[in-house]
Write a protein that binds this ligand. Sequence first.
Ligand code: C5P
Length: 224
Amino acid sequence: PRSVVVAIDGPSGSGKSSVSRAVARRLGLAYLDTGAMYRALTWWCLEQGIDLDDEPAVTAAASDFPLVMGTDPTDPHVRVGDADVTAEIRTTRISSAVSAVARHLPTRAILIALQRDWVDRCSVQGIVAEGRDITSVVAPDADVRLLLTASEQARLARRARELHGDSGESALAATRDEVLRRDRDDSAVTSFLEPTDGVRLLDTSDLDFDSTVDAVVRAVEAAR
Ligand code: C5P
């Protein structure tokens, strides 16, 4: 018997990671953070001194990438070989480099294949998978497909609180460049700002965290 597969896409600051994790926890589903895979691969390439613009080298690194990632939403650790990179992959160093890795299509093909295997392996327990191309490419047959959006202002404020602990003027300014540039670079590769056919749009600009989680949980329960 197959349980529910939930695909969630959205831009940075849409809240998709924290919301997806909370939904998985609440419903007892596995959790897959595909952004963490691109981030961990970026860390691995930098660690080896690979030029991120060198597509064949980045793709070769992806094909023997010793990634160890949990699917338990209460313990989303990420390791590459022996190194625990859970915290390191959230730093600005990685955030500002990750789009360069994610733009190589042969590299994406390798990660997408891993992600599809992952979703298949967890489909008995059920899984929430989140990223930029889950609803369109990785799991287009998912039972629930959602695109989380939020106004630019709301997304900047959330990222500023996440990175700097507040959303005052200077925190917003420090966040703006990174968020807007990353969205622009990422949209050149996957069109995650518009829902593809059959994907439900959930605008979270005026929803707090708990209401967003509730809305997603309702969508999943309606599909079960
Ligand atoms: O979601 P998160 O901000 O952690 O994603 C990090 C980066 O990984 C994105 O900016 C994007 O470049 C890449 N990504 C992607 N496809 C996905 C998930 C993430 O290209 N499915």
